[in-house]
Design a protein around this ligand. Structure first.
Ligand code: SAH
Length: 368
C-alpha cells in the first residue's frame, strides 16, 4: 500500500528505522518523487510561499548581469566560459541577467549558459521564460548535478540556493554536542530529539565551550561540499562565484530551521512536503572551504552594500526616467525592499570567491 501522505511515509520510515536527521527530513520533504515540495507546490513569487530578490525587482538580475561582465573582463575575457546558475527557481534572475548582457556580443559569444536545477517542474518554467533562440540553439543548457559542468573557466551565480541545501543541528548537553533527530512522540507526532551521535569538536566554533546547555549549533557539510566543488573548478580553470543568501558571515549558535508558507513562518515539522524548508546560511565555513581549495580572493558584504556599490540607485534612476508617478513609486519601493536594512538589505549577505588575482566589484565599502 503506498503511503497516503508524506507525513505517513516519514512516520513509517521512523517507525522502521528510528529517528532521522534534519538533513534526511529536509531531503525527503523537498525531493520526494511523489509528494516533495518542489514537485507539488507553486513555491516562489507573489502567489507562492516566499518571494526572492529577482522576483522583487528586475534590477537585481540586471546588476548581477553587469557584475558578470565586469568579472569576466577582470578574468581576461576567457572564451569559451561557463556561466552557471545554481537553483534558478523560476528563471527570473537569468532572464534579467541575459537582458542586461545581450548587447555585449563578445561576452555572449563566449558564454555557455548552464542552469543547474534538480526539479523537472522548475526546469520547465525556466525553459519557457528564457529567450527561445538561446534555448533552441543550445546556448542555454540544463544540468542536475554541479559536478557535471563543462570543465572550463566559470562564473557561478547562486541566489537563495544554499539555504535549501540540507543541514544538521546539534544540541549541547552535559556529555557533549549531540545531533538532533526527528522521531515520534508517544502520541505519534513528529518531534525533535537528541540522538547519541556527537559532532567532532574540530567542527565547532572556538567559543562553543562558553555556550550553555541547550544551545544549538547548525552544521551543513553538504553546503561546504558544494562550495568546495565550485572553488575547485575556479582554482583549476579560473573564474568566480557570487553567492547571495540570508544568514550570517560569522558562525554562531541558535536554531534557524524554518518553514515558509504563504509568506509567513510555519512549524517545519507541521506539514512535511507542503512548505519550503531552509535554514540561515553560515557563510564562514563556506569561505573556509574556498580558501582550503586554494582561493585567497574571498569577499563579503551585506546585500544592501553590494547592490548600492554596483549602482542600484543609478539603475533605479534610469529605469524611472520618463515614467509616471505610480511606476516611480514602485521602483522606489523595490529599491527599499532590496537594500534597506530593515528589509532584505542586512539579513541577506553576499560572498564572492574568485581566482586569486582578481578583486570582484561590489565589495568596495565592506572592505578596507
Ligand atoms: N534562485 C531562485 C530560487 C531559489 S529556491 C530565486 O532567487 O528566485 C531554490 C532553488 O534551488 C529551486 O530552483 C530548487 O529547485 C533548486 N534546488 C534545490 N536543491 C537543488 C540541488 N541540489 N541542485 C540544484 N538545484 C536545487
Amino acid at each position: 500500500m503506498p503511503a497516503k501522505t508524506l507525513l505517513d511515509k516519514i512516520k513509517h520510515i521512523i517507525a522502521l528505522n528510528g529517528p532521522i536527521s534534519i538533513a534526511e527530513y529536509m531531503h525527503i520533504c523537498m525531493a520526494d518523487p511523489e509528494h516533495g515540495y518542489y514537485k507539488t507546490q507553486e513555491a516562489i513569487g507573489r502567489q507562492g510561499d516566499f518571494i526572492t530578490a529577482p522576483e522583487v525587482s528586475q534590477m537585481f538580475g540586471e546588476l548581477i548581469g553587469i557584475w558578470c561582465i565586469t568579472t569576466w573582463q577582470q578574468l581576461g575575457k576567457p572564451s569559451p566560459f561557463c556561466l552557471a546558475e545554481l537553483g534558478p527557481g523560476k528563471g527570473t534572475l537569468m532572464q534579467d541577467l541575459l537582458r542586461a548582457t545581450k548587447n555585449n556580443s563578445e561576452f555572449m559569444n563566449a558564454a555557455q549558459v548552464v542552469l543547474v536545477e534538480t526539479s523537472d517542474a522548475l526546469q520547465k518554467i525556466q525553459k519557457s521564460k528564457l529567450p527561445k533562440d538561446l534555448v533552441e540553439s543550445g546556448k542555454i543548457k540544463w544540468e542536475i548535478d554541479i559536478n557535471k559542468l563543462p570543465q572550463m573557466p566559470v562564473i557561478f551565480v547562486a541566489n537563495e540556493f544554499f539555504d535549501v541545501v540540507p543541514f544538521r543541528q546539534y544540541v549541547k548537553k552535559q556529555s557533549g554536542w549531540h545531533e538532533i533527530g526527528i522521531g515520534l512522540s508517544p502520541d505519534n507526532t513528529l518531534q525533535k530529539m537528541a540522538l547519541a551521535n556527537q559532532i567532532e569538536t574540530s567542527q565547532l566554533p572556538a567559543n562553543a565551550a562558553d555556550e550553555p546547555e541547550g544551545a544549538i549549533f547548525e552544521h551543513a557539510p553538504a553546503r561546504e561540499a558544494i562550495m568546495q566543488t565550485l572553488a575547485e573548478q575556479i582554482n583549476n580553470h579560473s573564474g568566480a562565484a557570487l553567492i547571495v543568501d540570508y544568514g550570517h558571515l560569522v558562525s554562531g549558535f541558535g536554531d534557524t530551521f524554518q518553514a515558509m508558507a504563504q509568506h509567513a513562518y510555519a512549524d517545519p515539522l507541521a506539514a512535511p512536503g507542503e512548505h519550503d524548508l531552509t535554514s540561515h546560511v553560515d557563510f564562514q565555513p563556506l569561505a573556509t572551504a574556498a580558501q582550503a581549495a586554494g582561493l585567497q580572493s574571498v569577499h563579503t558584504a551585506t546585500q544592501g552594500e553590494f547592490l548600492l556599490n554596483l549602482g542600484l540607485l543609478e539603475r533605479a534612476g534610469n529605469l524611472g526616467r520618463g515614467k509616471d508617478e505610480a511606476d516611480q513609486n514602485r521602483i522606489r519601493s523595490e529599491v527599499e525592499r532590496l537594500a534597506a536594512p530593515d528589509q532584505m538589505g542586512t539579513l541577506f549577505k553576499v560572498t564572492a570567491i574568485a581566482s586569486s588575482d582578481i578583486k570582484p566589484a561590489g565589495f568596495e565599502t565592506s572592505e578596507q
